[in-house]
Design a protein around this ligand. Structure first.
Ligand code: PMP
Length: 416
């Protein structure tokens, strides 16, 4: 049965691990993401980090929140500090249905399962559907945390290309045809339709029905991951795929980008039958999502102008996006190209042939700027000519300075 053992690690450091022979086979796919490895250096104050995707929380009304947290303890402390249902706090599930209506989704609170961030939703959905060797189709590039979950359950990722209008339907058809020809089991399409992480593009409205239709035809479920949907810079929203085919779409939502990422509250809206299994999976993972945090979110939604707050976040991110795009135009050398996000946190940059963004990263950090190299966003090693730049967190001045430093590194790399 040696073929089921995790691959023998290559480095001397891991060879010292006395537990090596004990790990489950699935741990072979568990590697630290390139982004995590970068975190320590990139967070030094002299480095302008365009690498991480941390939401900028400065606009949150901390005094109000502090008072509300106290009120929850005073008025409902014995409930807030107690276990709850794996399904989530009922009042919050009602409120989530109101939020979903903003993107055209008719949801029933019974079909909402509250999770510990949408990352837990991703993990549970993969756990429910993927056996080792099953295929997940995902955009190329795709969200690094999702790729981590797919790897942890030993699913194989097939990437489908995007253009400025998001996932290309013909590419999806072709990938499904190829997988069927090869006798592979495709379990779901994982897609981030709005303000993509890391690509910064949005799926065109006219493509949405087509994507839904293709998946129906091929009997493939859709997992729609939409943490940025309410962060369109002009306040624009798009119809969720879930609104087009409720029975075939599992929707992942989150309060991380629209309220507070540290509370770790997200949700899954699933077809009725899937929801039953999700609750069981959630029970075995965490017993229940944190009651206190759910009540903080619920009270905030009930008493605060949360839509006004999201507008503030959007304005803040738009100013930073503008600073990023104008700095890219001003400083980046010829031969570079990039996407133009209408919302969300990220720009995806392609550099000239001959430049390898992963190899260049240590030199960029020495020049006091960090980014996320493109290879981390592919399961198959592509992305060496790409990088993700995040504009969500630094000030506009720091963004401009970061891009100026990056451009200098790129120029010297191109001279080599
Ligand atoms: N999906 C996408 C596309 C993301 O960008 C993120 C966070 N960066 C997540 C899911 C996870 O978000 P959370 O667990 O904080 O809800």
């Amino acid at each position: 049965m040696t073929e089921n053992r995790p691959a023998k690690p290559q480095t001397g450091r891991h060879n010292l691990d006395p537990h090596l022979e004990r790990y489950a086979a699935r741990t072979a796919g568990m590697t630290a993401s390139e982004i995590r490895a970068l975190f320590a250096v990139a967070s030094r104050p002299e480095v302008v980090s365009l690498a991480g995707g941390m939401p900028n929380l400065a606009a949150l009304p901390l005094d109000t929140l502090s008072a509300q947290v106290g009120e929850i303890i005073a008025e409902e402390g014995l409930v807030a500090l107690q276990y709850g249902s794996a399904h989530g706090v009922p009042a919050l599930r009602d409120q989530i249905c109101e939020i979903m209506a903003l993107e055209g989704v008719k949801a029933h609170p019974d079909d909402v399962v509250v999770t510990v961030g949408s990352q837990m939703g991703l993990d549970m959905v993969t756990r429910l559907f993927c056996d080792p060797g099953d295929v997940v189709i995902a955009e190329g590039p795709s969200y690094v945390g999702a790729l981590g979950s797919f790897a942890a359950y030993q699913a194989n990722v097939v990437h489908v290309a995007m253009d400025d209008d998001g996932l290309v339907p013909e590419g999806l058809r072709e990938a499904l045809r190829q997988a069927e020809k090869a006798g592979q089991r495709v379990k779901f399409l994982y897609t981030i339709p709005n303000f993509h992480n890391p690509a910064g593009v949005t799926l065109a409205v006219e493509r949405r029905a087509e994507i839904v239709e293709i998946c129906r035809e091929h009997g493939v479920l859709i997992v729609e991951d939409n943490p940025y949907g309410l962060l369109g810079f002009d306040g624009q929203t798009y119809p969720a795929l879930r609104s087009l085919d409720p029975d075939n779409v599992v929707y992942l939502g989150s309060f991380s980008k629209t309220f507070a990422s540290g509370l770790r509250v997200g949700w899954v809206l699933a077809p009725h039958a899937v929801r039953e299994k999700l609750v069981l999976a959630a029970e075995s993972a965490t017993l229940c999502p944190p009651t206190f945090n759910q009540m903080i979110v619920s009270r905030y939604l009930a008493t605060h102008d949360w839509k006004g707050q999201i507008k503030k976040f959007r304005e803040n991110y738009r100013e930073r996006r503008d600073a990023m795009l104008s700095a890219l135009r001003q400083y980046l050398p010829p031969g570079c190209s990039w996407t133009h996000p209408d919302g969300g946190f990220y720009v995806w940059v392609t550099v000239p042939e001959g430049v390898d963004t992963k190899a260049m990263l240590p030199r960029a950090v020495t020049a006091r700027v960090a980014y996320a190299s493109g290879t981390g966003f592919y399961a198959d090693g592509l992305g060496s000519r790409q990088m993700r730049l995040s504009y969500c967190y630094p000030t506009p001045e720091r963004i401009r300075e970061g891009v100026r430093r990056l451009a200098a590194v790129l120029e010297s790399e191109m001279d080599l």
